[in-house]
Design a binder for this molecule. Structure first.
Ligand code: JFZ
Length: 586
């Protein structure tokens, strides 16, 4: 592992840079990899956390000078190119009198979350904590004049919740030498000046003022050098050796991987160690008053099971108002998830990922020694056959109610007899007790193998955009509206699971009068030439779901995303159920 070795080396290098003014002054201990490994193990067992994006951007709340601003709320300063002189006046209005660390942390607890991560400083540069390093902070610059992070961190500790800070280490639109603001600061930046003047001192503050930090969540590494990043890492580990660092510190120097936002890998993803999916409850991180595009608790509970079955953690965001209130809709959703976890938590916390590869959206599986937890997300009818499970199943029962589930051998697997209707409206968990600790899985079904034919259901993808919707009854996505230079889209994350040429089929329905529009599927990375692309025409289907061949798509291990979208606006009546990739024989 790169970071461990470099951690030791850079400890020495840092001593040299420490002699500069404003830099950190104490000699650093080399890293203790054992402490990091223990912290990672604990983090892995947590599975579910609360993300909080809270800052000055909660005042405009998605609107600037009477105009609605598209996109994520905390980016409003950047989108509207708001001068520092103007944006910083928001601090004079920031007075979150309704903030309560007890209420926020209790909500996380009620939701079944085990850790909490809050923005200490986002890209706008404003510190939401008491900072001597910059006057631009909540104690010195607002009428509130208190440090909410003191109260929140203490309330978390009281409730046994792990606590961590988000910190934007490179982008800082308030600083001439921070990255991102070229409307106020067109001249060339000197990142080192910014790091020493603000980032290093503030990192020291957040690591010393709030007790134990379970992690620091860095973001958008951008242009910092490898050395600067190594210095940042060494500083964190020297002050709190057990504090984890996410991969968005940059230069491969994190302890665990961050997926993209709302980006869940299509297959079991264990090769690169621990990972976490940050996700929104609507379409924004920071509060936006008009964003009512709330995700369905069924979707979120299913995603939690999906992510945990693939080896990840789920970090689910709330965006409190400028008064300090978490939107009631967010609270309701989170408490619904918490009620499900009260009964079914055993199948989530401390579990191991699926021993089997992913074939469709009927179920996901998590495990503990001697037990398989089948999360049934789409009710399959009177029977559920699990092909490829060769273990002897001694007994099966529902986590809800505990009633026994009849089992019999079938083919190379097991068949379960199910009641007519789902046992739980969100995710019915069936526990199968097997002979021995580890399940026996038939060749071709293992988690490290990818099925030759892969059904990528719409539910597995990220539904990108404010208009796109998922419908459980028809298992399809619709609302592929175009806007400006982008479009609502269905985005899949292969994460190295695919490599080669695939024959593509699309399963969709379309009203006859809306037919004739073009769709495209692009496999690629942001800012690079696509690895593969197919295009096709949506045909009349009389509102019936049909499966049509779409051509051949090349996907490479480095392909970040497979994106489905519609190229024109004839899309209102098109419903996309799935894309099927079959490995081409030639
Ligand atoms: C970043 C921030 O810019 C954003 O405001 C928010 O805090 C979010 C959690 O993180 O946005 C990103 C960063 C990385 C990716 C996507 C959005 N990514 O790698 O896909």
């Amino acid at each position: 592992m790169k970071y461990i070795a470099s951690g030791v080396i850079c400890a020495a290098l840092i001593l040299a840079s420490c002699s500069q003014p404003n830099s950190t002054s104490t000699a650093r201990q080399p890293e203790d990899p054992q402490k990091t490994a223990e912290a990672l193990k604990h983090f892995d067992q947590n599975k579910f956390g609360m993300f909080i994006h809270w800052g000055l951007y909660a005042i405009p709340a998605g609107e600037w000078k009477g105009k609605y601003v598209r996109g994520i709320g905390e980016w409003i300063m950047f989108r509207e190119k708001i001068p520092v002189a103007e944006y910083s006046k928001l601090a004079g209005e920031f007075n979150p009198v309704k903030f309560s660390g007890a209420e926020w942390s209790q909500l996380a607890k009620d939701a079944g979350m085990k850790y909490l991560v809050i923005t200490s400083k986002h890209h706008d540069g404003f510190a939401m904590f008491a900072s001597k390093a910059s006057k631009y902070n909540i104690v010195d610059a607002t009428p509130y004049a208190k440090d909410p992070m003191k109260e929140l961190s203490a309330a978390c500790a009281e409730r046994g919740l792990d606590f961590g800070f988000y910190y934007s280490q490179d982008q800082d639109w308030h600083e001439a030498n921070g990255r991102g603001n070229n409307w106020d600061f067109p001249e060339k930046r000197d990142a080192q000046v910014y790091l020493e003047g603000k980032v290093f001192p503030q990192i020291r503050e957040i690591l010393t003022q709030y007790g134990k930090l379970s992690l620091i969540w860095f973001d958008t590494p951008g242009l910092l050098s490898d050395q600067q990043t190594a210095d940042l890492r060494a500083m964190v580990k020297s002050l709190q050796p057990s504090c984890l660092i996410n991969s968005r510190i940059g230069h491969d120097r994190g302890d665990y991987a961050q997926t993209g936002d709302n980006a869940i890998p299509i297959q079991v993803y264990t090769k690169d160690g621990k990972w976490e999916v940050p996700a929104t409850l609507n379409d924004t991180w920071g509060y936006k008053k008009n964003d009512q595009h709330w995700k369905d608790p069924r979707d979120l509970i299913g995603k939690l099971a999906d992510i945990v079955s693939k080896g990840g953690n789920y970090l689910l965001n709330v965006g409190p108002t400028a008064e300090g209130v978490i939107p009631p809709a967010s609270q309701d959703i989170l408490r619904t998830i918490g009620k499900w976890l009260d009964v079914n938590g055993e199948s989530i916390y401390g579990t191991n990922p699926s021993p089997m590869n992913i074939r469709d959206i009927t179920w996901r599986v998590t495990t503990k020694p001697g037990k398989l937890y089948f999360h049934i997300l789409n009710w399959p009818g009177a029977r559920m056959r699990v092909d490829g499970l060769e273990s002897e199943v001694k007994r099966a029962y529902w986590l809800t109610g505990g009633a026994a589930v009849p089992i019999k051998k079938a083919g190379n697997g097991i068949e379960f007899t199910l009641p007519a209707k789902a046992v739980d409206p969100y995710d019915s968990v069936l526990v199968a007790e097997i002979d021995g600790d580890a399940p026996k899985i038939a060749a071709g079904y293992g988690a490290d193998e990818v099925p030759a034919k892969l059904d990528l259901y719409a539910w597995v993808g990220h539904l990108r955009g404010e208009e796109i919707r998922y419908d459980w009854a028809t298992q399809s996505a619709s609302g592929f509206k175009k806007f400006e230079n982008a479009s609502n889209a269905l985005v899949y994350f292969p994460y190295k699971a695919l490599d080669g040429d695939y024959d593509v089929e699309v399963t969709y329905s379309c009203a006859n009068d809306a037919a004739g529009g073009k769709f495209q599927i692009v496999a690629g990375r942001r800012g690079a030439n696509p690895d593969g692309r197919v295009e096709g025409t949506i045909e009349k289907t009389g509102n019936q779901f049909v499966t049509r061949k779409a051509g051949r798509l090349t996907v490479r291990p480095q392909t970040g995303q497979i994106i489905f979208d519609l190229l024109d606006d004839k899309s209102a009546a098109v419903k996309i159920r799935k894309i099927t990739l079959s490995r081409a024989s030639s």
